[in-house]
Ligand binder design. Structure first.
Ligand SMILES: [Zn+2]
Length: 212
């Protein structure tokens, strides 16, 4: 809403999402009382229309997945006001649940498999087979605390889906296609232990043995 009325630059929101800005209030282009007034107006507008409040989680697009902060104070009551989303009670229950789940889902990490290995991590000067993009430049997996992950090439959809569901940390791997001029999915970076567990489970199932 703050973006729609021009008080907040969309680029700022993107940087906040990546954990590069401390809190929204420090970046908003208006005074704090005006923001709180706007939130109050939104609340009464929603109440008049019988919309029900739901709380969405906002999680950073970083390996640490930290909860993002809106206010300078971090006061739980104020944070709750910012995180509130208003949903029409006329929506079917299932659809409401899905909307809330989607709004709260942590954004997926994206890792690039570079076409050439001649690149330098802007933090440590190192390099590697994978990188993540930050504002100042590419970063290696060690600096992002992701170097314990293992590459799982795309191809076995069921395996990928299960490993992804069980991994606390995972990243989507993409590579730029020169001919198609866009990034294409190559597979996932996943936790090696989860990968071997799921491979064993699936192997047993596919052979028709009881799992375990
Ligand atoms: Zn590095």
């Amino acid at each position: 809403m703050l973006t729609a009325i021009g008080w907040l630059d969309p680029g700022v929101v993107e940087r906040w999402r990546r954990g590069q800005i401390d809190c929204i209030e420090s970046a908003v282009q208006t005074s704090l009382p005006r923001i709180l007034e706007a939130l109050t107006l939104l609340q009464s507008w929603a109440a008049e229309r019988g919309l029900s409040p739901t709380q969405a989680d906002y999680v950073a697009r970083t390996p640490q997945r930290q909860t993002l902060r809106f206010s300078r104070s971090g006061d739980p009551a104020i944070e709750a006001r910012y995180r509130t989303r208003w949903v029409s009670p006329e929506l079917p229950e299932k659809k409401r649940e899905r909307l809330i789940a989607e709004a709260s889902r942590a954004p997926e990490l994206v890792v690039v498999r570079p076409l050439e290995n001649a690149w330098t991590c802007h933090r440590c000067g190192g390099s590697g087979d994978f990188l993540m993009m930050e504002n100042p430049g590419p970063v290696c997996l060690r600096c992002m605390d992701l170097d314990h992950l293992e590459f799982l090439p795309a191809g076995d959809a069921l395996l990928s889906r299960r490993v992804k569901a069980k991994s606390t940390t995972f990243a989507i791997v993409v590579r730029f296609s020169r001919s198609r001029r866009r990034y294409e999915r190559q597979g996932l970076l996943v936790e090696p232990q989860v990968l071997s567990d799921v491979q064993r489970e699936l192997g047993a199932q596919r052979r028709g043995d009881p799992a375990g």
